[in-house]
Design a protein around this ligand. Structure first.
Ligand code: ADP
Ligand code: MG
Length: 287
C-alpha cells in the first residue's frame, strides 16, 4: 500500500494554554513494501504521526492518502482502514486484557467477523511469526509470561489482522538486549516473508540502521532528514546537533578520519567497517 502524507499539521489542545504544535507541515511519501525507520528524539512527533496513519488522530490540517484514498475524509470507514493499517502502540502489552493468549490474539480477527476456524489459523500463523509456541502458550494467561513474550503476544494480535501496513511504535522499548535483537530479527523476517510496508519507530539509530530501506528523521514536529541509511549517516553533524547518535561504528570511522585515515563515510555495519579497515591495512586504500 502506498502512503502519502500531505502538509500534515497537528496541534494538541488548540486555543488553550496547553496548545502544542506536535506536527508542522509534514510531507512524506512511502512506497508499497518499503521498510521505513522513523527516528527522532522524545517529543519530536513520531507517535502523533503514526496515529494519523490509521485514523486514530485527525489532522488539524493536511491529508493522509492511503492507496489513493484520503482517509481524513469523513465518509471513509475507519474500520476498513484499520484492517489494512496495523498499529502496534508503544508498550502494547499494557493493553492485553483477556485471560488467555489465544483470546487476546483472537480479539482483532473476531472483530473483523472472521470465522473461528480462520481465526485459529491466523493465531497460529501470527504466533509462529513472532516465535511463540502455539501449543505451549495458547491457554496461558498473558500475565504469567515474560516481558518479551507479552510484547510478542501484543504484536501477534496486530499481525493476526493481516495488515498490509505494519507500524510499530518503539517495539523494543524497555526490553533486554536479547529480546530486543530477537524482536528486530522477527520484524525483518515479516518484511521479507510478507512484503508488507513497515514503519519502525525508534529513537535508536543502532536498531534501525541495519534493517530499513529508508530513514526519516523527525525533529520538533518537522521532517529534518529523509533518505537511505547511508545518506543519513553522512550527516553526522546534523544528527548530533539534534541529539541523535550515529551508530558507534560510524563514529569510529569518523574518528579515524580525524586522524587522517580517510575511509568510506557511509558505513554503519561492523561487517562493512571490518572490510574497509582491512583494505586499508593491506594498503589497498591510499589513506
Ligand atoms: P514522540 O513520539 O516522538 O516522542 P509525540 O508525538 O508523543 O512524540 O509528541 C509530540 C509533541 O506532542 C510533544 O511535545 C508532546 O509533549 C506533545 N503531545 C503528545 N501527546 C500529547 C497529548 N495527548 N496531549 C498533549 N500534548 C501531547
Ligand atoms: Mg512516541
Amino acid at each position: 500500500m502506498s502512503i502519502k502524507i500531505e502538509n500534515l499539521t497537528y496541534i494538541y489542545n488548540p486555543k488553550s494554554p496547553f496548545e502544542t504544535k506536535a506536527l508542522d507541515n509534514v510531507n512524506i511519501e512511502i512506497k508499497p513494501g518499503e521498510f521505513i525507520g522513523l527516528i527522532g528524539h522524545t517529543g519530536s512527533g513520531k507517535s502523533t504521526l503514526t496515529q494519523h496513519l490509521n485514523g486514530l488522530i485527525k489532522p488539524t490540517s493536511g491529508r493522509i492518502i492511503i492507496n489513493g484514498l484520503d482517509i481524513t475524509n469523513s465518509s471513509v470507514k475507519l474500520v476498513e482502514v484499520r484492517k489494512k493499517v496495523g498499529l502496534v502502540f508503544q508498550y502494547p502489552e499494557h493493553q492485553l486484557f483477556e485471560e488467555t493468549v489465544y483470546k487476546d490474539i483472537a480479539f482483532g480477527p473476531l472483530n473483523q467477523g472472521l470465522k473461528e476456524e480462520e481465526v485459529e489459523q491466523r493465531i497460529k500463523e501470527a504466533m509462529e511469526a513472532v516465535k511463540l509456541s502455539y501449543e505451549d502458550l495458547k491457554d496461558r494467561s498473558p500475565f504469567e509470561l515474560s516481558g518479551g513474550q507479552r510484547r510478542r503476544v501484543a504484536i501477534a494480535g496486530v499481525l493476526a489482522m493481516k495488515p498490509e501496513v505494519l507500524i510499530l511504535d518503539e517495539p523494543t522499548a524497555g526490553l533486554d538486549p536479547r529480546s530486543r535483537d530477537e524482536i528486530l530479527e522477527e520484524i525483518k523476517m515479516l518484511h521479507e516473508r510478507y512484503k508488507i510496508t513497515i514503519i519502525l519507530v525508534s529513537h535508536s539509530m543502532e536498531d534501525i540502521a541495519k534493517l530499513v530501506d529508508r530513514i526519516i528523521v523527525m525533529h520538533r514536529g518537522h521532517v529534518r532528514l529523509m533518505g537511505e541509511a547511508r545518506e543519513i549517516f553522512k550527516q553526522s553533524e546534523v544528527l548530533e546537533s539534534i541529539g541523535l547518535g550515529i551508530p558507534q561504528i560510524t563514529h569510529l570511522l569518523n574518528q579515524l578520519k580525524q586522524k587522517g585515515i580517510v575511509l568510506r563515510d557511509d558505513i554503519f555495519t561492523v561487517e562493512e567497517a571490518k572490510e574497509e579497515i582491512l583494505k586499508w591495512m593491506r594498503g589497498e586504500k591510499n589513506a
